[in-house]
Design a protein around this ligand. Structure first.
Ligand code: SF4
Length: 319
């Protein structure tokens, strides 16, 4: 499908603007930026995934909003996403691998300007020899991107697109789509870039969950079923394309409503149970987790509204 231009991209959202998860030691955007309108809590693909994985993890992230330390791999994901967004600001003939490489440094500087502590968290100062190696690894992912598609032949309809829609049940869905392509025929394609390893079966299910979430939100917002959901795994140099249909998305809507009902039920009592699995090895909150002999902070209660502009955190975008 060959998409056509239909919309100018928003500028790169800063790290703190997107932070539903706080970065360690750094206040959330709503504490440092202009006051934003308070919003009802919404469900994002990331938070739904958290709750499915471990209800207590959901609580720590979405309700307590405990800070988390980003990893280099996660921040590299954010960096690559930022460059891919910027790349499409260039006139089509200029979208070369060299141009993408040239955007890495400025995008990194912008991330660091948004979070001055970030470089120090990831590296031992600006002279750390591992910093250029890490930036080079981001450039390598961008080179891999060019082996998957030619951005000179594409004009995305939108990048970093906020989708926000309310279901008949009152459940508010909210998330960001990396890229939306619309073909001259009107067919819609949702594109998501992944910088982590291509998933095995379980990871693939999780990735498709995210894509179906976006497809359902678009169906509600625009009345169209996306013709394709495309996950681009840059490091593996492969992509996965899925073609949803409306009955499937309607069934998925019931799934999301069931998840939200379970979240709200837990939210009323604070009974968010830990689910100890191998995923705990990647959890930043083990020390506070009763499944690991920790004690959680006192439950702050269900937030009837939140300040954060979105519920799609930085760390999720970093995979
Ligand atoms: S350590 Fe494991 S069980 Fe505890 S909150 Fe984290 S993911 Fe859940």
């Amino acid at each position: 499908m060959s998409p056509e231009v239909s919309e100018v991209s928003p500028t790169l959202r800063s790290v703190t603007d997107t932070a539903g998860i706080e970065i360690a030691g750094i206040p959330a955007a709503d504490e440092v930026a202009e006051p934003s309108p308070r919003r009802r809590p919404a469900l994002s693909p990331s938070r739904a995934g958290d709750f499915k994985q471990c209800p207590l993890l959901y609580r720590f992230r979405a309700i307590d909003r405990l800070p988390e330390q980003p990893s280099r791999a996660q921040v590299r994901g954010t960096l690559v996403h930022a460059v891919l967004e910027r790349l499409y600001d260039l006139p089509a003939p200029q979208r070369s691998p060299e141009a993408a490489r040239g955007l890495v440094g400025p995008a990194w500087e912008e991330l660091c300007a948004g979070i001055p502590e970030l470089a120090g968290q990831l590296f031992e100062g600006a002279d750390d020899p591992e910093l250029p190696e890490w930036l080079e690894s981001a450039a390598a992912l961008l080179e891999a991107y060019f082996r998957l598609e030619d951005p000179r032949l594409l004009e995305p309809a939108a990048r970093e697109l906020l989708v926000e829609t309310e279901l008949a049940s009152g459940l508010l869905l909210r998330g960001y789509i990396d890229r939306l392509d619309i073909a001259p025929s009107g067919e819609v394609r949702v594109v998501d870039y992944k910088t982590g390893a291509a998933p095995r079966e379980a990871g693939e299910v999780a990735a498709l969950f995210q894509m179906k979430f976006y497809a359902l939100a678009l169906l509600h917002e625009r009345g169209v079923v996306p013709a394709q959901l495309r996950l681009m795994y840059l490091s593996a140099g492969e992509y996965l394309t899925y073609e949803p249909d409306e009955p499937e998305l309607r069934r998925f809507e019931h799934t999301l409503e069931a998840i939200w009902l379970a979240i709200r039920t837990a939210g009323e009592t604070g009974d968010f149970r830990p689910n100890r699995t191998r995923m705990c090895d990647w959890c930043s909150h083990k020390a506070l987790c009763p499944a690991w002999d920790g004690t959680p902070p006192e439950y702050p209660g269900w937030p009837e509204s939140v300040d954060a502009p979105v519920d799609e955190p930085l760390l999720d975008r970093m995979e």
